[in-house]
Design a protein around this ligand. Structure first.
Ligand SMILES: *[C@@H]1O[C@H](CO)[C@@H](O)[C@H](O)[C@H]1NC(C)=O
Ligand SMILES: *[C@@H]1O[C@H](CO)[C@@H](O)[C@H](O)[C@H]1NC(C)=O
Length: 728
């Protein structure tokens, strides 16, 4: 096949790499302007993202098998630095962090791996994948020409590469990893920060290449990716993307299959027809590698979701849903597309297409090899009208916004707008008996709490918590003289608290006095309300709540969280008193967290109420119960529709943050697959909680006596919580 190529730029990238003194192995993955080659074989590579920490190791084999059945050749994953190095030099590769096991399972299924080491990964993952301690390395600035950052980054990249080498996981060693990625979508940042960004890109590329992995490196959204690194495109469509050198293959590293959900936003949906259209369009325009982001989105367990307000579900409207079930017709429609592309592969990889123009919106892309292979893609880009085109004396009907695939230049085996896969409807069926709950109301501490930190002025939240908890108490005393006019007039003074985010509870003398929280596009909040104060000392207790740290933006590490002020009290004899610079006392986390109420042993340390004494609609309340595992194999979820905001644990495992009290705003309604898609185009569930159901992986359950704990911040009705079975 090699000789038949009409490609000018021949194989540029054959490297001999020696890994260990024992064995010298020839690099077997290479590329040129048409495609990647594996062991000399040209490939159209079909890839999909599955992120190992977003499901459980028990789910991995089934997810990988479903990806294989769906026609994938490659599984793409990020590497999650903050999963693997929670504190400096202390590594974790266990459980959902067992990346070696995940890659070996992909290999066992006969698929390849694209390993996106980053270590910046964005990914709607807390702090973009960086460990929070990295923020506090002296002198550090993220993702720029900064020595402390480069030292840390190189350290982690080397750690991961060495781990992969020691397990023989790179392709030349007989492993499944055929390519890696360094950095992630850095181009836009470089463009904004200029010279230091350019220097950093160059350093990044050199550092990566010097790792000698034996397989190519990719940089996505990086127009100036230095040779031999391949630059690539991410988006809803990438047909117009052109690699920065003619001898690099055209890669689509992220075909967005849908979009992520945020608390306060609706659920995005991308029609299967439009997704298939985007892929076919990319392939007929010289594309040779594409990856679905996400193929299985999964779950942001625990506190791994990023700001702003990314939900616990990371379903993404991906072909495999959050729970591991097939999202039909999307999964099946893409499987059929992959079959059609595979049938065309011999023609596709042998040549570039000749294009026949039929008018503004219709084209034929014809791949005709010297050995007689012929494949054609007939396209109609009109978003609303169907069209007829004549190709090789035969007339073809093309629905709007669609591409027909003819692997022999005669027979239409697939049209992107004609879905033959059956649809599936999600069903959430309540299971089990009514749960029997007990409650414990957490304490509202005050400034005289003995083990708390005392400081003058307001401190940034993460600086104090180091993200060990979502919660930080800001506590102070306000002395009110008995001669204050408002005590007689009854005109309560106005308390104003300005916070950098993300949510805030105000308590005055132990009594709840309001809750405020940020908007989707703005985490900053202001509490402003008249408050009841008495003569003498008044206790002001502010509970500031972080809901995931930002994962994207130029220097996102400098974004603040928590109550930074000003804080004022208006309507006193002195008019306005500024509380910003006075003495504040800090307490990290809730009492229930320090007592580990999420565990059976920890829960014994407090008295729980039940029956008629069960707390109802009370803020800062812990609820516990136990339940038997629902029969069968259907995935299990918990319906939190009656609750407000907080966190859920099952048998000590953190299921994630719940926030059904945040109702989805936006525009929803019917949408046509035709026309350019954006994440706001086909939204669903406006007016409903952004997320009502939360996945409980079956592997976290015992046959009976499962210990379920809910911490509820706002106040909810725990008796409304039910377990459900998910089917499609
Ligand atoms: C495909 O590649 C050929 C050969 O390099 C080039 O002439 C053509 O413009 C490319 N088409 C697209 C859409 O990039
Ligand atoms: C962060 O904490 C340090 C002490 O650990 C303190 O000196 C500094 O002022 C704090 N910064 C902010 C922004 O709160």
């Amino acid at each position: 096949m090699w000789k038949m190529l009409k490609i000018n730029n021949i194989l540029l990238f054959i490297v001999l790499v020696s890994f260990f003194s024992c064995c010298t192995v020839k690099a077997t993955v290479s590329y040129d302007g048409r495609s990647f080659l594996i062991n000399g074989q040209r490939k159209i590579l079909i890839s999909g993202s599955i992120h190992y920490p977003r499901s459980t190791p028990q789910m991995w084999p089934d997810l990988i098998q479903k990806a294989k059945d769906g026609g994938l050749d490659v599984i793409q994953t990020y590497v999650f630095w903050n999963v693997h190095e929670p504190s400096p030099g202390k590594y974790n590769f266990e459980g959902r962090g067992d990346i070696v096991k995940f890659i070996k399972l992909v290999k066992a299924a006969g698929l390849y791996v694209h390993l996106r080491i980053g270590p910046y990964i964005c990914a709607e993952w807390n702090l973009g994948g960086f460990p929070v301690w990295l923020k506090y390395v002296p002198g550090i600035e993220f993702r720029t020409d900064n020595e402390p950052f480069k030292v840390a980054m190189q350290g982690f990249v080397t750690k991961i590469v060495n781990l992969m080498k020691s397990e023989n996981l790179f392709e030349p060693q007989g492993g499944p990893i055929i390519m890696s990625q360094i950095e992630n979508e850095y181009g836009p940042v470089e463009w904004e920060i200029g010279a230091p960004g350019k220097a950093y890109t160059k350093w990044t590329a050199d550092m990566a290449v010097a790792q000698n992995t034996g397989v190519p490196w990719v940089m996505c959204k990086q127009e100036d990716a230095p040779d031999p690194i391949v630059d690539s495109c991410n988006g809803f469509y990438c047909e117009g993307f052109i690699p920065n050198k003619p001898y690099k293959p055209k890669m689509f590293t992220e075909v967005w299959t849908g979009w992520y959900t945020q608390y306060g936003g609706p659920a995005p949906h991308r029609p299967a027809e439009d997704l298939a259209f985007a892929v076919a369009r990319f392939i007929h325009n010289n594309g040779s590698f594409f990856n679905y982001y996400m193929y299985h989105g999964g779950t942001n367990f625990g506190r791994t979701a990023s700001g702003l307000f990314v939900t616990t579900t990371y379903d993404y409207d991906a072909p495999i849903d959050e729970y591991g079930l097939l999202n039909e017709p999307k999964w099946g429609h893409l499987r059929d597309l992959h079959k059609a592309i595979n049938q065309c592969e011999p023609a596709l990889v042998s040549t570039y297409p000749t294009v026949i123009w039929y008018g503004k919106n219709q084209e034929a892309h014809v791949f005709k090899s010297e050995s007689g292979d012929c494949a054609a893609f007939l396209s109609n880009y009109d978003p609303t009208y169907s069209a007829k085109v004549t190709f090789q004396n035969v007339q073809y009907d093309l629905p709007p916004w669609s591409i027909s695939i003819l692997p022999d230049c005669k027979t239409v085996v697939y049209n992107t707008a004609k879905v033959s896969a059956p649809s599936s409807q999600v069903k959430m069926t309540p299971v089990g008996d009514q749960l029997s709950w007990q409650s414990y109301i957490d304490e509202t501490p005050s400034a005289d709490d003995s083990d708390a930190l005392e400081m003058n002025g307001l401190w940034e939240q993460i600086n104090v918590t180091r993200d060990s908890s979502d919660y930080l108490w800001y506590l102070t005393d306000v002395n009110i003289g008995s001669d204050e006019g408002f005590l007689k007039s009854g005109q309560d003074p106005l308390l104003t608290v300005v916070s950098a985010g993300h949510a805030l509870h105000v308590f005055i003398n132990g009594q709840p006095s309001g809750i405020v929280y940020g908007e989707l596009d703005n985490p900053k909040i202001t509490y402003s309300s008249n408050v009841k104060l008495r003569a003498g000392i008044n206790k002001i207790s502010l509970l500031s709540v972080a809901v995931g740290l930002a994962n994207v933006g130029v220097h996102f590490e400098t974004w603040n969280t928590g109550v930074l002020g000003p804080i004022t009290l208006q309507g006193l004899n002195e008019r306005t008193r500024d509380l910003t610079k006075q003495k504040w006392t800090y307490k990290v986390g809730l009492k229930g967290e320090s007592l580990s109420l999420n565990t059976v042993s920890g829960s014994a340390s407090v008295e729980w109420a039940e029956g008629s004494l069960l707390a109802q609609k009370q803020p800062l309340t812990w609820y516990k119960t136990s339940f038997s595992t629902p029969e069968g194999n259907d995935p299990v979820a918990i319906d939190m529709g009656s609750m407000g905001k907080g966190q859920i644990w099952v048998n000590g495992e953190n299921i994630g943050r719940h926030w059904p009290g945040y109702i989805a705003k936006g525009s929803c309604g019917d949408c046509s697959y035709g026309g350019t898609f954006t994440e706001k185009k086909c939204q669903r569930d406006c007016g409903q909680p952004s997320q009502r159901w939360y996945h409980i992986p079956r592997s976290w359950l015992n046959p009976s006596q499962n210990y379920l704990v809910v911490f509820e911040e706002w106040g909810g009705d725990a008796t409304g919580i039910t377990l459900v079975r998910r089917t499609r």
